[in-house]
Design a protein. Structure first.
Length: 100
């Protein structure tokens, strides 16, 4: 089991473009034995303490295997819309782990 946590920082004014990418990419996850465990857009008041810039959105996604994750990342439909992600996401932090 592979767990991916992603902190996503969106370019100001590009939120709708980011949503367009997500509306295409998120439905592909189950096709590759994945599951969205958490998708959060926390309000500023939700942060108790932070040593980093608060992200626009936080994702926690589970895949059955590393191969499933790789196949999702290489999905042709997803790749066709990567320009939307590149346009809208300023940066992201990806944390990969395994479920014990």
């Amino acid at each position: 089991m592979i767990l991916i946590t992603q902190l996503i920082y969106v370019q100001p004014g590009q939120e709708a473009v980011f949503e367009e990418f997500e509306s295409m990419a998120m439905p592909l996850i189950p096709k590759y034995n994945g599951k969205i465990l958490l998708r959060v857009r926390p309000p500023e008041a939700a942060y108790i303490e932070s040593a980093i810039e608060p992200p626009y959105e936080i994702h926690l996604v589970e895949f059955s295997s590393e191969n499933d994750l790789v196949n999702f990342m290489n999905d042709e439909t997803r790749k066709a819309f990567l320009h939307l992600k590149e346009q809208s996401v300023r940066t992201s932090l990806l944390i990969k782990g395994a479920k014990w």
